[in-house]
Design a protein around this ligand. Structure first.
Ligand code: KG4
Ligand code: ZN
Length: 394
């Protein structure tokens, strides 16, 4: 394996949820190829990811997706320095498909295998994007001011991490989490409740701009929950707690009080009759009251994320803020976080839209410091569906 070393080429593989993805990234900074096979059409009829179906789709897609990533990059397995794969968190069946295939490839090509935490991958999507922008613009390498507060906000997670660089590697302290649903899950559930498509985030994002965000006064009360065991153990006084199940119930109550069920069912039916329906199709099927409800829901969620994240950044002395995960693709989130960052004088960075949702370029990028540190996966590597990232705040 030595004759091809030091090219800095890592093949990343991601299969933790409903995207089968593979990418080749050089030196953790340059995406050479990035292939994603989405399973949206498989899960759309159910309004959520069906784990059993996801595993089968990953199995179907993994070989062609990895092959496409290698072909698009114009490299052979001999050229690679390592193979990186998502270890967790995620759906066990999906993770097992990616890990088994990555193990087999690593053994056959005699390359080291690197295990990556999916959440660390989302954080590295921002760092990869920043590095790529510098590479393209030819600007001097100006590192992000540290420590950075990273908000990972997706369908499965709403977490805050304080990230520091230690030599070539990174260390993380978990300083915030949701006590119930993830923010993306709330988008998906509310979209389903209102008879919109799946996944719900992009539908709500597109429709919210047509409604009045002040029409329905949703409020987020202070989260009162029993301390999490880990928080207790770590004396996690600085932990920020999010909660998104209450707003979902509030939307349901609004729908019941205003007798909106019939119009929702008509919309749901009309959309099923359109091949590959898009949010623009739903717009014509939404009345003002529905659009106002959607806009108010989105404003409430984004404002809660913004308020708590910036408060945590101030309390923890974070010099920059990194926002990633599927919900980071939301247009209103980007606008409102950007305005607040300017006001607070905090450096704010997002990944491009393509790197906000699940992808394998972020997995290959997160593996780069591990390759340099010689942090390789043991032969016994297995799926870790509940894998945590970093220590709890102390
Ligand atoms: O990061 P991701 O692809 O997968 C997970 O790790 O969960 O995130 C998917 C989530 C879904 O809940 C989806 O509805 C949400 O991200 N999402 C959005 C937007 N695009 C995707 N939420 C709000 N606005 C968007 N534009
Ligand atoms: Zn994700």
């Amino acid at each position: 394996m030595n004759e091809t070393a030091n090219r800095g080429l890592i093949l990343g593989i991601e299969s933790s949820c409903d995207e089968t993805a593979a990418a080749v990234v050089r030196n953790g900074t340059e995406t050479i190829s990035n292939i994603i096979a989405s399973q949206v059409p498989t899960h759309a009829p159910y309004g959520g990811v069906v784990p059993e179906l996801a595993s089968r789709e990953h199995l179907r897609n993994i070989v062609p997706v990895v092959r496409s990533a290698m072909e698009a990059a114009g490299v052979t397995y001999r050229d690679l320095d390592a193979i990186a794969v998502t270890e967790g968190p995620g759906l066990a069946g999906g993770l097992l498909v990616g890990i088994s295939y990555a193990k087999a490839l690593a053994a056959a090509a005699n390359k080291p295998l690197i295990a990556v935490n999916h959440l660390e991958g989302h954080i590295h999507a921002v760092l990869l994007e920043q590095a790529q922008l510098k590479l393209e613009s030819g600007m001097e390498d100006e590192p992000l001011p540290l420590p950075a507060l990273a908000l990972v906000v997706s369908g499965g997670h709403t977490h805050l991490y304080l990230a520091r660089q230690r030599g070539n590697g990174w260390s993380y302290r978990n300083v915030g989490r949701t006590v119930d649903d993830a923010a993306g899950e709330a988008f998906d559930k509310v979209a389903k409740l209102l008879g919109l498509g799946y996944p719900g985030g992009p539908w709500i994002d597109a429709l919210a701009s047509h409604g009045n965000p002040d029409a329905v006064p949703f409020s987020f009360s202070q989260v009162k929950s029993k301390p999490h065991r880990r928080d207790e153990a770590g004396g996690n006084k600085l932990a920020t707690l999010f909660s998104f199940s209450g707003i979902k119930t509030a939307v349901l109550r609004y729908v019941q009080i205003h007798n909106m069920h019939e119009s929702i069912e008509l919309r749901r039916k009309a959309l099923t009759q359109i091949a590959d329906p898009k949010p623009a199709d739903a717009l014509a099927l939404c009345d003002r009251q529905t659009l106002d409800l959607i806009a108010s829901f989105q404003r409430a969620v984004i404002d809660d994320l913004r308020r708590k994240t910036f408060r945590a950044a101030g309390a923890l002395g974070a010099a920059s803020l990194l926002v990633s995960g599927g919900v980071a693709a939301n247009r209103e989130l980007r606008v409102r976080f950007t305005a607040e960052a300017i006001e607070q004088g905090v450096v704010l960075a997002f990944p491009s839209l393509a790197l906000s949702t699940d992808n394998a370029a972020m997995i290959a990028a997160a593996a780069w410091p591990k390759l340099q540190a010689g942090e390789f996966a043991p032969a016994s590597l297995s799926a870790e569906p509940s894998l945590a990232l970093g220590k709890a705040a102390s």
